[in-house]
Design a binder for this molecule. Structure first.
Ligand code: GAL
Length: 670
């Protein structure tokens, strides 16, 4: 099941990166294209931060350099992902429109001299962004080099929320659309609490810094509003481009860093999902975070192939300690994205910048030039990707869905929660990591979507759950699904209010439990859970007073405030089973519990050696197993077919060298 081809102009897997020739003299451009050809580069993103050089003053355009550049790239067979440069308005814009500057929650007005868009609610910014997007599309909509449009850069970063006057005005309008009346708003926000009742729309403001904790429902709505306003900025540019150009249009998401934007909603607006991914250098197993981001990028786009718009060849420059990639890591990272559905592997950036804030960031051509190890690996990767044409368009299939709901995360991240030890990111990672180590490929999903195709649905952190979504999950279990819910889920509704019946009540039918009280633990406290009346499992951070309403307690607290109470429950409901885990199990304990969950769901973990990641992409003609060995020792897995990077036959078993990668076109089994 391959997808329709979004860019027939490019053969096979796209390869390249952000290209900023405006930072270099023209002699370097010629060297660049020659080296791009040497490396197998077939796609570069240009113009992303070049507004000041394209529109030199309001309405005055200089396209000469861009004309020359696009022609040069085209003559050399290199396609272009043309950026709209609206993530960095020029100095003249801010001089003319000082009120378009973003104001922070603490009331600081942000100045010029870095990058970052103007207020998402500034009419002057919106008009200027549409003007330059239209001008670019009009000029280059028919240029043969242009195969993709790259609107803006990473909406929501470095600025998302804006507390300026124009943003506050727009927020009021958004609230009027949402609630119609002040009574509706007062009810949704629960303004009877702390005397916050509003009697006049003009008194309703953004949730700026205040003497104490600001109304959480107001903050949640402000997060929704911010996401909406940013998306309107994208839509305005996209629609302006569409008037003149027919190529696909995207904007680059940040699955693992910025959760200001709701990728599910954005994915519906782009023609093809693209994502930027940077390893978290402090994480010794960054490849797991990478897999999460890649699976999320694929999932929000409904499983279609996506574009890895940016990653790094080695270190970045903006983390506390910027760990360089070691030999082979660049290929491993790239192939993991490909394994999980990426059909384009692009980097930030082509050539390292000599000046500016990012001069210590790695690049395809590092400061050390083409005698460097990084350059050699860049060329090798281009060669490897050039052997994988037939993988393009194939899809990843998963039996397991992990719920990922941005609104729930926005709500959970507000202040005054029962314990600082409860984090949605930690919960997602913990369950995902278990599944990853068991070689089980997952999709991410929303709680309200059709889940019937999954054998198992895991809800690691569904703090906010609407009644409708709870009903959907309950139906899923009733009709045969296995659902696992982790603690601090189904706690509030869409207004951050506790639902009637208390915690977990919306899922009481599916899980056979409700929760009477949270029992967070003191820092560092650990406790034990008796499992199936025998083994003892270790856990920490959190316990709950779980009230059984039909579920079986398969794990019981041995000590701590909940001693003697149910810790882990299992509840057959209809044709399925609902599991509830009311504490934070350590990795070994989660492994024990999940092995029973898998049995309920009819899922068999893969038998690959530890550290060997294998993901299958399914194509029309053949399936492809992509294998990444994260260990230094060789590791083998069962496969029969042809290894595409070497062209060699694989007869039953393939051994992947330590740190190596392989892609096998699998022989059909029947
Ligand atoms: C990205 C951004 C790029 C570059 C990169 C550095 O978030 O889109 O322009 O700054 O980070 O890692």
């Amino acid at each position: 099941m391959t997808s329709p081809d979004p860019w027939p102009e490019i053969r096979g897997i796209a390869y390249g990166g952000d290209y900023t020739p405006e930072q270099w003299p023209k002699e370097v451009w010629r060297e660049d294209v020659a080296l791009m050809r040497e490396a197998g580069v077939n796609l570069v993103s240009v113009g992303i931060f070049a507004w000041a050089l394209i529109e030199t003053s309001e309405g005055v355009f200089d396209f000469a350099w861009l004309d020359e550049l696009l022609d040069l790239l085209h003559e050399n067979g290199i396609s272009v992902d043309l950026g709209t440069p609206t993530a960095s308005p020029p100095a003249w814009f801010f001089a003319q429109h000082p009120d378009a500057r973003v104001v922070t929650r603490d009331g600081v007005t942000l100045g010029f001299g870095a990058r970052g868009m103007a207020s998402h609610s500034s009419p002057a910014y919106r008009a200027a962004a549409v003007r330059i997007a239209s001008a670019l599309a009009e000029r280059y909509g028919d240029h043969p080099a242009v195969v993709l449009w790259h609107v803006h850069n990473e909406y929501g970063v470095p600025v998302g929320e804006d507390y300026s006057e124009q943003s506050v005005r727009a927020f009021r309008g958004w609230l009027q659309d949402r609630y119609s009346t002040l009574d509706g708003l007062n009810a949704a926000w629960g303004t009877a609490f702390w005397g916050q009742h509003y009697g006049d729309w003009d008194h309703v403001g953004a949730p700026a810094a205040a003497p104490s904790v600001v109304n959480p429902a107001q903050r949640l709505d402000f997060a929704r509003f911010t996401d909406h306003q940013l998306r309107q900025c994208f839509i305005a540019e996209r629609d302006a481009i569409r008037v003149h150009a027919s190529q696909p249009i995207t904007t680059n998401f940040m699955a693992n860093q910025s959760w200001t934007t709701d990728m599910w909603a954005w994915a519906r607006e782009v023609d093809i999902v693209s994502d930027d991914h940077y390893l978290v250098a402090a994480d010794p197993e960054g490849e797991i975070g990478l897999a999460i981001a890649a699976d999320l990028s694929r999932s929000v786009g409904g499983g279609k192939p996506w574009i890895l718009m940016e990653h790094s060849t080695s270190a970045v420059n903006w983390q506390p300690r910027n760990v360089a990639k070691r030999p082979g890591e660049l290929a491993r990272n790239s192939l993991t994205h490909l394994a999980r559905g990426a059909d384009a592997i692009l980097f930030f950036q082509w050539r390292a910048s000599r000046s500016g804030a990012e001069k210590f960031h790695s690049a395809m051509i590092p400061h050390a030039g083409t005698t460097s190890r990084v350059w050699r690996e860049v060329v090798e990767l281009g060669d490897a990707l050039g052997r994988l044409d037939e993988v393009r368009g194939s899809r990843v299939a998963a039996d397991v869905a992990v719920l990922w709901d941005f609104e729930s995360f926005w709500a959970q991240d507000l202040e005054w929660r029962p314990s600082v030890d409860v984090s949605h990111a930690e919960r997602i990672r913990s369950f995902y990591e278990r599944l990853w180590r068991d070689g089980i490929t997952v999709d991410f999903a929303l709680p309200g979507q059709d889940l019937s195709g999954y054998k198992l649905v895991v809800a690691p952190a569904q703090y906010l759950l609407s009644a409708a979504d709870a009903a959907n999950l309950t139906r899923y279990v009733a009709s045969g699904g296995t659902l696992v819910v982790s603690f601090f889920s189904a706690v509030v509704d869409e207004n951050d209010a506790v639902p009637p019946g208390g915690f977990v009540a919306p899922l009481r039918e599916a899980l056979g439990v409700v929760v009477e009280e949270f029992l967070p633990l003191r820092e560092g406290a650990r406790h034990a859970v008796q499992w199936r009346g025998a083994a003892s499992l270790l856990a920490d951070a959190w316990q709950e007073d779980v009230v059984l309403e039909g579920a079986e307690a398969v794990g019981t607290y041995l000590d701590g405030p909940g001693a003697g109470g149910a810790a882990i429950t299992r509840h057959p409901h209809g044709a399925g089973v609902g599991w509830y885990l009311s504490t934070r199990l350590d990795a070994a304990a989660l492994r024990t519990v999940m092995s029973e969950v898998y049995a309920d769901a009819g899922i068999v973990p893969a038998a690959h050696p530890e550290g060997l990641e294998v993901v299958v992409r399914r194509g029309d003609g053949a399936d492809f197993a992509v294998a990444i060995n994260h260990r230094d020792e060789p590791a083998a897995f069962a496969a029969t077919g042809v290894e595409l990077l070497t062209g060699s036959a694989v007869d039953g078993t393939l051994t992947v060298p330590g740190g190596g990668v392989a892609v096998v076109r699998l022989e059909p089994t029947s």
